[in-house]
Design a protein around this ligand. Structure first.
Ligand code: AMP
Length: 503
């Protein structure tokens, strides 16, 4: 292991950063609810979309590149018969557009058919792939989802479903929220650290398992609860309920804090916290830690909006020194000073820096009257490469801002994510080798401040030891080659474990 600041090790093939869903219904086809669910999860992945259903006799699959709305037509949905199924949206990785990695992954084998949707990223997929390939398994992609599917299929030849999942969970190491269909039985599995979100919802005529609770709202259902870290949930085939199996227990969780900061929808509740409330609270804490008195406070839309509203609300109550405001002092004005072009989505492929800069300019334009002659606090959730903040500070000054102070609702991102969020390599991250003052100078801001890690833990009502903070501390809750860990963790030994049942 290095001190976490060494060379970035190569990742295990393409990383999987996605949204997953599974439903089991009584007397209604699963295809359309799954399709609507994928729409609700579109923000989690725009590269490909897919649905696998099972009608009791046969598995049906439709997986396409592109957005959900483009991936399916009426005929495709009609062909996806059956009352049980799973779905997936996949996140784009700059430069790699690979249908081999689109999901759900589906196979038919001796013990039936299997469909698998994965959100997260394994750190020992290569070891398991190598072992299974040695035993004759033929792989069609270099993604880690296929590794899970093969391992599970192999275990299913020797044991029942619950034991097979448990054996696979004992072998895979990393982050995974899975929805699985084994024939017409739908399951949900969350990794023992609960890194990626997964929740259970009740519908009028069945149950749903999904990455985010916004799916359940979209389907007019009720959130039952989160899938627990290390838990397997098996939906009843008649839609009447679900069984729970706590297959692995750990002392600590490693929830990804960045789900709350950036990735998840603000209207989703994850691990008991409404994302919007968490972001507003992070904004309030940002004011308390590093508030600066300016004429206006404005968000980078849409990612900075909830942070900026919390920050501005707190700024209206106390001064930057923490003293209560006088009655005639309202504090900085909250202003939507940047307009976003909604038609430039995250699908815009930006492999080069020049294209990334162009994309910021295409996406955002200032409203002159809210900026001209004013001091501005600009609020965003995060700085990754620094492209957005550099461009925006420059733009606001061009439009007449007297000074621009940047405030960020999360700690500085200093290290890559191996757990399924496409951040950037360590070399590309602006904070990996620069101090806050150096970054402020680079992006030409009059001041810059990030939120502390303790404030993040407080806002999420979680101890630091129950969060994955790898990207902001460089210490990970998983055993990753070349990286430091923040806990006592070692990846499972793989050699020979595929042979012989040991549950
Ligand atoms: P950058 O311009 O590289 O500094 O990226 C910062 C901007 O990208 C912020 O506006 C964030 O909201 C957004 N962002 C943060 N993380 C990601 C991610 N994993 N994928 C896409 N955009 C992101």
């Amino acid at each position: 292991m290095t001190d976490g600041r060494g060379e970035t090790p190569l990742r295990n093939g393409p990383t999987e950063k996605c949204g997953v869903v599974g439903v089991s219904l009584d007397g209604r086809s699963a295809a359309r609810p799954l399709y609507y669910a994928l729409y609700a999860l579109q923000h989690r992945g725009q590269e490909s979309a897919g649905i696998v259903t099972h009608d009791g006799f046969q598995q049906h699959s439709h997986v396409e590149m592109g957005l959900v709305g483009d991936a399916f037509d009426e005929g495709d949905l009609d062909g996806l018969t059956g009352e049980a199924g799973i779905g997936h949206v996949r996140y784009p990785t700059a430069g790699s557009v690979d249908k081999g990695c689109a999901q759900p992954f589906s196979v038919s084998f001796k013990s039936g058919s299997l469909g698998l949707s994965h959100n997260g990223n394994l750190v020992n997929a290569d070891e398991i792939r190598e072992e299974l390939a040695g035993l004759g398994h033929a792989f069609t992609s270099d993604g880690d989802t296929e590794v899970i599917a093969h391992d599970l299929a192999r275990n299913l030849l020797e044991s029942d479903l619950i034991r097979a999942v448990k054996r696979t969970m004992g072998r895979i190491h990393g982050s995974y929220a899975l929805t699985i269909s084994h024939d017409d039985v739908v399951l949900g599995v969350r990794d023992p650290e609960g890194n990626r979100p997964l929740c259970i919802g009740k519908l009028d005529d069945g149950y749903v398992i999904a990455s985010e609770s916004a799916v359940i709202d979209t389907l007019d259902g009720e959130l039952v609860r989160d899938v627990r870290p290390g838990e397997l949930v098996v939906l009843e085939q008649d839609g009447s309920g679900f069984d729970s199996y706590q297959l692995v227990e750990r002392e600590h969780t490693a929830h990804c804090f960045f789900e709350h900061v950036y990735f998840a929808r603000p209207d989703s509740t994850i691990d008991g916290t409404l994302v919007y409330d968490a972001r507003r609270d992070l904004g309030r804490k940002l004011w308390a830690e590093s508030g600066v008195e300016t004429d206006v406070v404005m968000p980078v839309p849409d990612s900075g909006r909830a942070f900026a509203s919390g920050y501005a609300e707190a700024a209206g109550e106390t001064t930057a020194d923490g003293a209560p405001r006088d009655d005639d002092d309202d504090g900085p004005e909250f202003a939507e000073g940047l307009m976003k072009n909604r038609y430039v989505g995250r699908t815009f492929i930006m492999p080069t820096q020049d294209e990334r800069e162009r994309a910021v300019r295409l996406k955002l334009n200032p409203i002159k009257s809210t900026v001209e002659g004013k001091s501005v606090t600009l609020i965003d959730d995060s700085i990754v490469r620094g492209t957005t903040s550099t461009q925006l500070v420059d733009l606001l000054k061009d439009f007449g801002a007297t000074d621009v102070h940047m405030r960020i609702g999360a700690p500085a991102i200093v290290a890559p994510c191996y757990m399924g969020i496409d951040m950037a390599t360590r070399e590309e991250l602006i904070a990996s080798d620069k101090s806050v003052d150096d970054i402020a100078e680079t992006i030409d801001a009059d001041s810059l401040a990030y939120l502390s890690t303790d404030a993040v833990a407080a806002a999420l009502e979680t101890g630091r030891s129950d969060l994955c903070l790898g990207c902001v501390t460089g210490e990970y809750p998983y055993d990753i080659d070349g990286e430091a860990t923040d806990r006592d963790v070692t990846r499972p030994e793989i050699d020979g474990q595929a042979m012989g049942a040991d549950d």
